[in-house]
Structure formats: C-alpha cells, structure tokens
Design a protein around this ligand. Structure first.
Ligand code: SF4
Length: 516
C-alpha cells in the first residue's frame, strides 16, 4: 500500500526530449499519472534536484516519511544549463546514503544507459547503479508504476516497454497536474510533448550512433490524444509547449512508415495536431518544435514544404527546426549511414529559411534551422573539421540564417552500431581534441556571432523574455523557447518578470540588451 511518493526530478536531456528547467519532460507526468491511475489517493510530492539542494533538511524529512522515492535522471552533459544543475552520480550517492532505509527507484535515460558524462563514454554503468538504487526502471515508467501501485512489486516489470500509447495517454492526462508543483510553474515553464517514438529509418539501421532505431517500428500517438493532454496541461496553467519528443516532427503520422526510409509528411495529421492544440489552448504563448530530419525534406520536398508551412501557421515565432546534419564530410555521412549529403543539407537550409525567416510578434524570425554537428564518428579525418567549417562559411556567405550550431562529441551507447567501433571513436576523439577546440572557437567567433547579428540586429526589439537569474553584474533573461537566445541585461532586475528588450551588443552566444 502506497500512501506517499516523492519524485526527485534530476532532469533528462536526450536527443528527443528535454527536462532541464524551464522544461518539464514526460517522466514526472508519466510516473505521477500512472500512480494516480492506480490509486488516486496517493500523495505525490515533486521536488527538482535544485530544490533538494536548497532545502535538504525538509527534503530528507519528507522522503523518509514516504513509501518510496523516484529519481529521474539522464543528462548527456551535466552542469551546463542556465535553468538548473542536473543530478550527478555524486548527488545520487549522497542522497541514497541519507535515505538508506527508503525504497529508491531510478527512472529515465540514466536507468537505461547509465550516468553519462558526454563525449564518448558512460561514466557509471547500470550494474554499479544497483548499489545505490533498489530498482532501475529501464522500460516505460507508466507500466512499471501502474503495476507497482495496483498489484505490488512482484507484478511490476522494470524492463517492460509499451506496445501502444493506451496507458501512457491516460497517465499523461492524469499526471498533468504535477506541473503545478514545478518551481517554474506560473512563469516560464515549458512542457515537452511527445508525439511518437522510434525512427522510420530503423528499416535501414539508422545512424550509427543513435539508439532510436532500436525501438523498431515507430509508435505514434493520435493527434486527438495529444490535444487532450495539452488541454489538461493548459487547464493546470501550462502556457508554453514544445512538441519536441520525437526524432522528426515531419514524420509524425507519415505515410509509408515501415516501407520507406523517409516517410511522406502527413500534412493533414500535422494540421489536426497544431490546429487542435490552438483550439484547446487559445491563450498559449509559445508553441514550438524541435527535431526535423533533413532527409525527410530532401526525399519529399513538396509535402515537406506544405508541412513546414502548416507548422509556421499555427506555432509561435522564434521557433527552431533542429537538423541532425551531423557532418558535411561525405565520407563520414556514408560510413555512419547519416541522413543527407552536404549539398542536400544546403538545400534544406534554404527551404526552411524561405518558409520561416519572416519576423513575428516577438521580434524573431518564425522558424529557422539549427544545425547539429557530431565529432568522433568513424571516417573523420583532420579534413572533416575544415570541410564542416567551409560549409558553414558557405551558408553564412549566402546570407542564410541559422539559429544555432550545436557542436558535440559523440556519445557511444550500447546497442548502437557505433558500440562495435568504440575504440576507434575514443582514438579519434583523443587525436582530434585540439582541432575540436580550435574549430569550436573559430565557428563561434566567425559564424555564430554573425548569425546572431542577423537574427537580432543592434537596436531591434525582442519581446516576451523572463528574467531568470543574476550573474555577476547582469540579469539573464530568455524567452521560453526551443533554443532561446541568452540575453544579458546590465544591473540586477527583479526575477521571474516578463520584459521586452532592445539589443545593444552582440557576443557569440549571447546578446547584451536594455529594457525597452
Ligand atoms: S534519423 Fe538517425 S539520428 Fe535521427 S532518429 Fe533516426 S537514426 Fe536517430
């Protein structure tokens, strides 16, 4: 019999899904919803790991009086976020020691893949995590927690994955009210919404580094189920939504999944989804997307253009289509079964610019491409760094806009094709460490800065930012958005307030501004 459960959100950051504040991802909502579905009287107390650090005494007291404590964890690069500091393995060890008599369960990517440190390695493997947690739920949390509360621990299977969205849909609706306990609720909270899981490219094996194809055939949520969830979240005060939990929003309900590597975008389904969300959440302030597979656009240009225009019609400006281009080096593309060749990537960037570059009410272009680049992939040579840089220069010279260039070292996960080549990856990362750092800075100074100047020119006005924290002599403010620009305002302003700003100066990754 469970009377009280404590959830500690240690945050997740996955390729398709973000739970670092101001985001709340599906995990706490699924856990709470499944528990309440099984027994509506269970008292669930939600803490973020930052709240735990700030008030450890009260937390320990509450946690010791509860029947179990659920930890959510799984950042790829811990410690580099404005909105919060993810749970580290050290935090987990310490809390586990303080709660040695309480049943502790780990949920999220850390339970599935171990605690990561990013850049090609897994720091703490799962078998070690069993020393500090009583259970690791590496299947879907709604199945485990529903069975745990309803039928007891012997019926709860931590490995079980969903075969459809029936239980998850119910859990997400029942769990929506947990957002009211989030410290960002009422100001800049962004709710991450899941539309499907699995990659349509699983039929060709997918990209070498990616775990998504291991789910097999993609599992889709119906638009009406997603809309119902948004309606419920809206009722509990959510005003900012990101439709970000899927590897490619254009493949949502796509035609030919299972037959084609790049399904044809289903414009009707996207319209039903985005229009439906607008209908039930008429006062929302942000509706953004995240990943877009550039291959979908290249192989279905007409339908993709219609799909992107549909998104732009219903979303809010300042949105980003994050393109997993990964590399502009043809050899790396070929050897890792990536999505598009360099010239195709250029075509995609032009298309998105054409559709999304006009400015909206908040002062930013509607929809811009973001680029992800990965280093350490087999086939990489010194020339890869030059080639990537040259392509980015070319994009810049053409006058195109890119909202952000995300440069990372690849993480090698078990059960991916890359696992067989992990030694090669390690060698490449070691060999090219210097080049990696040099080109990162070069791209930041020569391209990022120029792009930001185009997107937010000096003296332009950007609206609807929240003041989030004080840093030195500045107040940091950001829009609640898919990839918000970091704005530094001189002086210490009151926090959690909405401000409009005027751009005064551009740095590579941030701007300095004054209040209008
Ligand atoms: S296209 Fe590649 S990176 Fe994207 S989900 Fe599929 S396998 Fe993963």
């Amino acid at each position: 019999m469970y009377r009280r459960i404590v959830i500690v959100d240690g945050y997740n950051d996955e390729p398709a899904g973000l739970g670092v504040p101001p985001y709340i991802d599906v995990y706490p909502r699924l856990v709470a919803g499944a528990v309440w579905l099984a027994n509506k009287d269970v008292d669930i107390i939600y803490w973020t790991i930052d709240e735990v650090r700030n008030n450890i005494g009260l937390f320990i007291d509450q946690a010791r009086k509860s029947d179990l404590v659920v930890f959510i964890a799984g950042p790829e690069v811990p410690g580099k976020y404005i909105g919060g500091k993810p749970l580290s393995y050290k935090d987990a060890e310490k809390l586990s020691f303080l709660l040695k008599d309480t049943f502790k369960i780990l949920v999220g990517p850390a339970a599935r893949y171990g605690f990561g440190v990013g850049g090609g390695s897994v720091a703490v493997e799962r078998k070690i995590l069993y020393r500090i947690f009583d259970e690791l739920v590496y299947g879907d949390p709604e199945i485990y927690f529903y069975n745990l509360v309803k039928y007891g621990v012997e019926k709860a299977e931590p490995w079980k994955l969903r075969e459809d969205y029936e239980l998850a849909n119910k859990a997400l609706i029942h769990g929506a009210k947990i957002i009211k306990q989030h410290p960002n609720h009422g100001w800049n909270l962004i709710v991450e919404i899941e539309t499907f899981r699995g990659c349509p490219r699983w039929i060709v094996g997918g990209c070498s580094f990616c775990i998504e194809p291991r789910y097999g055939r993609p599992l889709m949520r119906k638009p009406e189920d997603i809309v119902k969830e948004v309606e419920q979240l809206y009722r509990f005060g959510a005003r900012h939504f990101r439709i970000g939990r899927q590897p490619d929003i254009l493949a949502y309900m796509g035609k030919g999944v299972g037959e084609r590597e790049y399904p044809e975008p289903n414009v009707e389904a996207l319209k039903k989804l985005f229009h439906g969300i607008r209908n039930v959440a008429s006062g929302l302030r942000v509706l953004h997307i995240d990943n877009v597979n550039p291959g979908t656009i290249i192989h279905n240009p007409e339908k993709s253009i219609k799909a992107l225009k549909t998104i732009v019609k219903y979303h809010t400006p300042g949105d980003v289509a994050a393109l997993g281009i990964e590399s502009f080096d043809e050899k790396v593309v070929r050897m890792n079964n990536l999505k598009v060749y360099p010239d195709e990537a250029l075509v995609v960037i032009r298309i998105i610019n054409e559709i999304g570059k006009h400015r909206g009410w908040n002062g930013l272009p509607h929809l811009l491409p973001g680029i992800n680049l990965l280093y350490g992939l087999p086939g990489e040579t010194k020339n890869t760094f030059r080639t990537n840089y040259e392509y980015l220069k070319k994009i810049y010279r053409e006058g195109l806009l890119i909202r952000r260039i995300n440069i990372r070292k690849v993480s090698v996960l078990e059960n991916t094709p890359l696992w067989m080549h992990r030694k090669t990856v390690e060698q490449l990362l070691r060999k090219h460490r210097r080049l990696y750092n040099i080109y990162r800075v070069k791209i930041m100074n020569e391209i990022d800065r120029g792009m930001l100047q185009r997107i937010a020119p000096i003296n332009s006005i950007i609206r609807y930012l929240y003041t989030e924290k004080h840093m030195g002599e500045y107040t940091i403010a950001r829009q609640p958005a898919s990839y918000p620009i970091i704005v530094k305002i001189p002086g210490k302003l009151p926090l959690k307030k909405i401000v409009d700003i005027r751009v005064r100066k551009i740095a590579a990754k941030s701007i300095i501004a004054t209040i209008t």
